[in-house]
Write a protein that binds this ligand. Structure first.
Ligand code: 2U9
Length: 343
């Protein structure tokens, strides 16, 4: 009896240590221990030699031994199949990688970045401000009197919680905030989104993007304005493009002008894009009205400045010959993916 107990212990230790990496080794385990001529059967066969009064005790022991061997077999099977799977999933690192389709910048972002970069080369810094503005920064400070049509509900989105709050209608409020800081000279461009209560069409939207610029220092003249904007046009549209300034009116500048460039499509000959005039308008500009300087605590006897403003959508439409403003906000991938190669 003692010998049988020792055999079981020895076999149990052997089974415990048994390791298998491949399914053939697991099969070898099954044959050796659990097969019809296996060691478990052989040990079970010893029951006939056990004394009657010990049969119950040994029966239990042998049964536990058999379950132990079977459990080990199941565990071996499990571990080799998961090993096998992980071998199957092993990556072949020598294979070329999958192509990741590259996205592209939105055309408005492309053009805005280009405008910013041109003015940065002239020493302009970028300034930003809130899209929800108060009446003073958006209108009053900018010489837009209380009865000005731009203040009408038809033109401006007001915030219902507070009649003093609105969605900025231009980024000029950012320049006002910079002027209030009182750090002169000021040489900034203000890119950003603006909102106007317009019916959406191919030529108008309830939001669009502007880049406005402001230069305030001593002795700033209209000649500085012209030369700055001429440099911008040459960088943006090419050296052959001509410019012209037409007198205009804005409440925040005096004198004021609109700047045209020779038509990019017909080169000035006259076509549908320029409505047969040979010229297309690209921005508005002028010398900062002295009232604005005074409103913001800047000495208008000492300082002068120029300002300009352009719609990024307009510049983008001219540059890429886009005919409908709504394309910019429809997120149609067929439109957007055409700008993958643009820088
Ligand atoms: C301050 C002083 C002056 C900014 C200016 C324009 C002329 C202009 C339009 C272009 C197309 C708006 O987006 S648009 O519809 N802008 O024509 N903007 S001068 O003048 C300023 C701004 C701020 C303190």
């Amino acid at each position: 009896m003692e010998q049988l107990l020792q055999t079981i212990e020895k076999l149990k230790a052997e089974i415990k240590e048994f390791a298998a990496n491949k399914s053939e080794e697991v099969e070898a385990f099954r044959i050796k221990y659990l097969g019809t001529k296996g060691l478990v059967k052989e040990v079970m066969g010893e029951m006939k030699n056990v004394a009657v009064d010990k049969k119950r005790e040994f029966g239990q022991l042998l049964n536990e031994f058999k379950l132990f061997a079977e459990a080990k077999y199941e565990a071996l099977k499990q571990s080799t199949t998961s090993n096998q799977q992980s071998v199957d999933n092993t990556l072949d690192l020598s294979l070329p990688g999958d192509d990741l389709p590259l996205g592209s910048r939105h055309p408005i972002s492309l053009v805005r970045n280009q405008i910013i970069s041109i003015f940065q080369r002239l020493g302009f810094a970028v300034a930003e401000g809130p899209e929800i503005e108060d009446d003073w920064h958006n209108f009053t400070a900018l010489n837009l009197p209380e009865n000005h049509p731009a203040r009408d509900m038809q033109d401006t989105f007001y915030i219902s919680q507070n009649p003093d709050w609105l969605l900025r209608t231009h980024t000029s409020s950012v320049q006002v905030r910079e002027m209030q800081k009182g750090k002169l000279p000021i040489r900034i461009i203000c890119p950003g989104r603006v909102y106007r209560n317009e019916t959406i069409s191919a030529r108008a939207h309830c939001f669009f993007h502007q880049v406005e610029g402001l230069y305030i220092a001593e002795n700033v003249s209209f000649a500085d304005l012209k030369q700055t904007l001429y440099f911008f046009v040459q960088e943006m549209f090419g050296k052959d493009v001509k410019v012209r300034f037409r007198p205009s009116y804005f409440p925040f500048t005096e004198p004021s002008a609109e700047m045209d460039i020779s038509c990019l499509i017909c080169g000035g000959e006259g076509c549908n894009v320029c409505k047969k005039t040979g010229w297309v308008e690209i921005l508005g500009c002028g010398m900062v009205h002295p009232n604005l300087l005074d409103n913001c605590g800047i000495d208008s006897n000492k300082y002068t400045g120029f300002a300009f403003g352009m719609g990024v959508e307009r510049i983008t439409m001219l540059k890429y010959q886009i005919k409908d403003l709504r394309l910019f906000s429809e997120n149609d991938i067929r439109f957007l993916k055409q700008f993958t190669a643009a820088i």
